[in-house]
Ligand binder design. Sequence first.
Ligand code: ADP
Ligand code: ARG
Length: 347
Amino acid sequence: MMIKPNTYPKFPRDCHSLLSKYLTPEVFASLQHKTTKNGFSLQQVINSGVENPDSGVGVYAGDEDSYRVFAELFDPIIAEYHGFASSDSHVSNLNADDLDASNPDPDGLYIISTRIRVGRNLAGYPLGPAISSDQRNEIAQRVSQLLSNLDDSLRGNYYPLSGMDEQVRKRLVADHFLFKAGDRFMQAAGMNRDWPEGRGIYHNGDKTFLVWINEEDQLRIISMQTGGDIKQVFTRLSNALGEIGSKLEFMSNQHLGYISSCPTNLGTAMRASVHIKLPRLAKNMDSLKSITDRHELQIRGIHGEHSDSQDAVFDISNRRRLGITEVDCVRGLYEGIVALIAAERAQ
Ligand code: ADP
Ligand code: ARG
């Protein structure tokens, strides 16, 4: 469905997105003629959720200014998703020494792999929905150049998506290392423009440290490995962020932490996940969901967001990212996983 400019969108009855909940006719009337410093409009903010009524959220920011100009819409969405009030401020803690989380599955019976990613965008540029092709290419050039100077266990190579061998690309996606082509939510947000130009992946030799360039965020910085040693994965990420963050200025502010185009990724911009096999709980999804809800965890399928679980393997990750520290995100995942493994054993 295309939105008619300056017309209040019609949401179907079965639409439960946060956009449909908080874009009241009054909020629409108050925001419809506003634009950000980069010319990003309300219509652009809401297009993804209007075209995709099955969105959970449905809005994207085109720049940091979007969160200020369209605060009447973003603030209640952020409050509901993260439990974070517009008067709160965000605190970061990436110190691995503060993380009390041993391997919740030392015998390797349940956890297949652990991955922690953060999103980052560069200060001084628009976000994905509003960036120009030249700016995107400039970022790819700057970031890949910087990464090529990393040493030791972070040393690796950059592989642009343009011109990548199709078999190689498919293998990287299937093995959970590379992003897929942008989905319909990103498409409607304007984030797939000029695909695949300016996109790519950097990774070290054993693919435990990876950086996605110009997917949903300008950088997705990822640490992952097989097994459940959450602390080792966090430590690697924290070290890498120290290196990269000393050379690039990321877009951030005191209130919202690291800025991302999707409000679900604000703050820490961190998703810490395990791929975990839970064959007994898989037959009792209510019980599984009651544990993940209690620990504020999200369940995804094993091929990423909007995919299904297979063979009783689930992707379990922290749901909140703003108003809690990075250490809290990972500790929350750890506690939830301990509870899930105990429940699986008790079934
Ligand atoms: P993001 O994590 O960046 O929000 P997705 O949910 O789409 O995006 O996941 C990206 C990729 O990372 C997918 O291929 C997914 O299967 C993979 N992935 C996520 N968590 C893990 C994990 N713990 N182990 C291995 N692969 C993972
Ligand atoms: N816009 C989509 C929705 O509202 C995805 C939101 C979260 N995921 C993301 N990749 N940003 O359902």
